[in-house]
Design a protein around this ligand. Structure first.
Ligand code: NAD
Length: 260
């Protein structure tokens, strides 16, 4: 059911978002990209996806902190590629500090990027999905949408929020052919967690690789990271017709993190 559909994936210039973009492209889905990257990096990503998978691509550099840019990203992607049938709200940032010392601006930025932007893309993409009576919205939450960790108050609040947003919006469209779900990964080795690994390496005076294992051991019983490829496969499944009755769920892929 996927060939010819159009997906808009926020934060798809690296990490999980880029992997999801390639997985969906491999199913014949045209790809709307977003995220920060140098123009030559964007050109290289677009070229690779277009030549490897023979699909169309479009890039919009919206800063998701800015509501007006989020709106024009949805509109311009839809105009360039014909529609937005699949929306993957993936962009996210992290900041680690106690609540007492957390900079107010940083808190607001995390809520804006990790939560409000997903509300806005949903608001602007959902009407065309409802018109066609088919659509998929997948919100990349986190295990931190279900449980907390210390010194991550903004991230945990935003991720719990996006799980709530997923449930509420999924119910609004439950009788239609549009499904809205969240995905809750444990540790995935991307740029987002490099700083956290480096901090542990510095703190314990150990190598980056040893610090990576230490990080996994603290929370993820499998002591193995989730791969971006595995997440891409889960998201592709959620886009399939087999997943049409999965609505408002928060799928974990976390090596056992939230089973504890
Ligand atoms: P990443 O840093 O590799 O990718 C983040 C993407 O978001 C990049 O493309 C970046 O350019 C984009 N981005 C950041 N701020 C933006 C803004 N203001 N406007 C537009 N784009 C912006 O990180 P990742 O690990 O691939 O993270 C992707 C998602 O997965 C995030 O929502 C993150 O919270 C979630 N997640 C990651 C992990 C993990 O262990 N890596 C675990 C659970 C959930």
């Amino acid at each position: 059911n996927l060939p010819g559909k159009v997906a808009l994936i926020t934060g798809s210039t690296s990490g999980i978002g880029l992997s999801v973009a390639k997985k969906l492209a491999s199913q014949g889905v045209h790809i709307g990209l977003n995220g920060f990257a140098k123009p030559e990096e964007v050109t290289a990503i677009r070229k690779e996806i277009e030549s490897q998978f023979k699909v169309k691509t479009f890039y919009h550099g919206a800063d998701l902190k800015e509501g007006t840019q989020v709106k024009s990203m949805v509109q311009e992607t839809s105009k360039a590629l014909g529609s937005v049938d699949i929306l993957v709200n993936n962009a996210g940032i992290q900041y680690i500090e106690t609540a007492v010392n957390f900079p107010e601006q940083k808190f607001n930025d995390i809520i804006a990027i990790n939560l409000t932007a997903a509300f806005l893309t949903t608001k602007y993409a959902l009407p065309q999905m409802l018109d066609k009576n088919w659509g998929r919205i997948i919100n990349i939450a986190s295990v931190h949408g279900l449980v907390a960790s210390v010194n991550k108050c903004a991230y945990v609040a935003a991720k719990h929020g996006i799980v709530g947003l997923t449930k509420a919006t999924a119910l609004e469209v439950a009788k239609t052919g549009v499904t809205i779900n969240a995905v809750c990964p444990g540790w995935v080795m991307t740029k987002l967690i490099e700083t956290q690994i480096q901090q542990r390496a510095d703190q314990y005076k150990i190598s980056f690789e040893e610090a990576q294992i230490k990080l996994l051991e603290e929370k993820q019983p499998s002591v193995t990271p989730v791969s971006t490829d595995q997440l891409g496969d889960l998201i592709t499944f959620l886009c399939s017709n087999s997943a049409s009755q999965i609505k408002g769920s928060a799928y974990t892929m976390d090596g056992g993190w939230t089973a504890q």
